[in-house]
Design a protein around this ligand. Structure first.
Ligand SMILES: Nc1ncnc2c1ncn2[C@@H]1O[C@H](COP(=O)(O)OP(=O)(O)OP(=O)(O)O)[C@@H](O)[C@H]1O
Length: 336
């Protein structure tokens, strides 16, 4: 059973035995959250809860409003309407906020002349965090050997690691990572994935933004998808796959005539049938059992019958098709 770190309970305590009701307690709550920049509405009436003990992927195409939402959760941008709360309170009213919430936003937003160690020490000092934590988090992110190097000489990947070290510094209950795998090599990507999973495994609340569905498929338990600032989906990964209209049963037969009869029978029974080729059909809203039984009744010789679940990438493309700000159509019209 995954432990749950509740609001105000601090870092995980091995003696802590969660009850089922603890699982429902949202750590991040957005209600009607809206942000307008002049004519642009970056975030539009967003209402959702982010729960502890799981990795929540925050997805959307470029310009969807992910960073703006995270900035409002962290009190860095003021909402035009609605609210963003952590443990029921605005970030600005939290005592010792770094001990409650750790965030990686812009990895390069660090004074370039400072060493990694000096940067983290300054953060620790101004937040009442003991200096020994600096060494611990530098070790945890694999930067101990370059702790005294100037941050300005760091690669993007090293800066990402330093940003994550800063997020971990206060041993917080809630972690927000904005595009944490940007600039990381495959080893680094895997490291971030395992880190996010282990933090959630300790019962913490982990919100990770990305525009890479393939990565989120491996990292997240729950997905929140936004497009043009609006909520498009908020569901467990498995539900998103099941809900995709691309999940379908594919049936193959050498007998085109009987296959056509099967298609007619399925269509008459309210299934949507697509012809893939003369010998292959795809049936939406139909189970393998139902299609197989019907084929048997109509004496259709079958050379193949399988359920093809859409990849999350496909489900995501479907969801966001109308929300891509700079898609191909725009490019064709010369707008980009
Ligand atoms: N300070 C600002 N002033 C004006 N417009 C802004 C500002 N910040 C963001 N926007 C606009 O708000 C929208 C959402 O931007 P945001 O950076 O939150 O999206 P995102 O989902 O994080 O995108 P990306 O994946 O590209 O980082 C965009 O249209 C962006 O141009």
């Amino acid at each position: 059973m995954v432990p749950i770190v509740r609001c105000g309970t601090g870092p995980p305590d091995p003696r802590f035995a969660p009850t089922d009701s603890d699982r429902g307690e949202a750590m991040i709550t957005l209600r009607g959250l809206t942000k307008r920049y002049g004519e642009t509405t970056a975030v539009r009436d967003l209402s959702l809860d982010v729960l502890p003990g799981r990795v929540t992927g925050f997805l959307g195409p470029n310009g969807a409003g992910k960073s703006t939402t995270m900035r409002m959760i962290l009190g860095l941008d003021r909402p035009s309407a609605g609210e963003a709360l952590i443990c029921g309170r605005p970030y600005a009213t939290l005592r010792n906020p770094l001990r409650r919430v750790g965030a990686l936003l812009d990895a390069k937003a660090v004074h370039p002349a400072r060493s990694a160690r000096a940067h983290l020490l300054a953060m620790a000092r101004s937040n009442g965090i003991p200096a020994r934590r600096v060494g611990e988090v530098l070790d945890a992110v694999g930067l101990a050997s370059v702790a005294r190097r100037r941050v300005g000489t760091f690669s993007l990947g090293m800066s990402q690691r330093l940003g994550i070290a800063g997020a971990l510094l206060g041993d917080p209950e809630v972690l927000l990572f904005d595009e944490p795998v940007n600039g990381l090599d495959p080893d680094g990507v895997r490291w971030v994935r395992e880190l996010a999973r282990s933090l959630a495994g300790e019962g913490r609340t982990v919100l990770v933004s990305s525009h890479l569905m393939s990565e989120m498929q491996l990292t997240a338990d729950q997905l929140i998808v936004i497009g043009k600032g609006r909520l498009l989906a908020d569901a467990p990964i498995a539900d998103m796959l099941g809900g995709s209209s691309r999940s379908r049963v594919v049936v193959r037969s050498p007998d085109m005539e009987r296959l056509r009869a099967l298609a007619d029978a399925l269509a008459a029974d309210r299934s949507t049938v697509e012809r893939i080729s003369g010998h292959e059909l795809a049936v939406r809203d139909g189970s393998v059992e139902r299609v197989g039984d019907l084929a048997h009744r109509l004496a259709v010789p079958l050379h193949g019958l399988e359920e093809r679940t859409a990849s999350l990438e496909q489900a995501y493309m479907e969801l966001t098709a109308d929300s891509v700000e700079y898609g191909t159509a725009a490019a064709l019209e010369g707008r980009v």
